[in-house]
Design a protein around this ligand. Structure first.
Ligand code: ADP
Ligand code: ADP
Length: 224
């Protein structure tokens, strides 16, 4: 089954606004997939539904063949989401935050993988620093690290480079590309076409809650 399958996703918020108007697409295992769209297109709404953080009004989403609504305990383990906001416990050091997150997934011998994440994300110097004392860019790295703790096969990044400096952006892309080559499915939202172009093998364009284009990056660009 596909890494991600979205079937006729509709989301109408309680104020009556419909942010997703019947979105359908699938992402195959191993793809580096871009979800492009301007602000307000519905990208975050869709990610929130994938993560099981909000319910669709109608339609279905499954991760590796498991329905997000019916099997949340399974899909939670299959998915790693890097949200836009920086949210973590301000009293933990970087390493403590990662260990705590491991415990949440029932992983108690995870130190080697945690070391690998810390090193690959350039956090080694900050491993024992309290997360609250980190710069914005470093906090962003911690958010990526937290999403990877349970080695999810499918990784979703919501505008990970928004407001991020050039060095971190390149560092982040190298690491994510490496994860993709190691077999992880990557789904990235962005409103930068160039970013999706250079990284993604397939791109969906979301506008006003609808998919308006979906093709290989090559075909989409030649159609311009
Ligand atoms: P749901 O329909 O999924 O129950 P709600 O409409 O109750 O969601 O809103 C959930 C949260 O989103 C609320 O805390 C609300 O303040 C916030 N919210 C409301 N309008 C917007 C908006 N236009 N953009 C982002 N967040 C919003
Ligand atoms: P994107 O991530 O592509 O910028 P969002 O999914 O955040 O788009 O928002 C899509 C639309 O839904 C926007 O018009 C936004 O104002 C609206 N929206 C988001 N959350 C809520 C909410 N809780 N209640 C009402 N409207 C919302």
């Amino acid at each position: 089954s596909p890494a991600l399958s979205i079937h006729q996703a509709v989301k109408t918020y309680s104020n009556g606004f419909t942010a997703l108007k019947g979105v359908s697409f699938s992402v195959q295992s191993g793809e580096f997939f871009g979800l492009l769209g301007p602000n307000g297109a519905g990208k975050t709404t869709l990610i929130s539904a994938m993560a099981g953080l909000s319910r669709l009004t109608s339609g279905h989403i499954s991760i590796c063949g498991h329905d997000v609504q019916r099997e949340p305990n399974i899909t939670r383990k299959l998915l790693g989401v890097v949200p836009q906001e920086l949210v973590f416990d301000p009293f933990f050091s970087v390493r403590e935050a990662l260990l705590f997150q491991s415990g949440y997934f029932g992983l108690h011998k995870n130190d080697e993988w945690i070391d690998e994440i810390i090193t690959n994300l350039g956090l080694a110097d900050k491993a024992n620093t309290n997360t609250r004392n980190l710069s914005g860019g470093m906090k962003r790295r911690v958010m990526v690290a937290l999403a990877l703790v349970h080695r999810p096969p499918v990784i979703v990044l919501d505008e990970p480079t928004a407001g991020v400096d050039v060095e971190l952006r390149q560092n982040l892309w190298q690491f994510i590309t490496r994860l993709n080559k190691a077999g992880h499915t990557i789904i990235l939202t962005t409103h930068y076409l160039e970013e999706a172009q250079s990284l993604c093998n397939r791109i969906a364009m979301l506008k006003h809650g609808e998919i308006v284009a979906l093709d290989s990056t090559e075909n989409l660009l030649h159609a311009e």
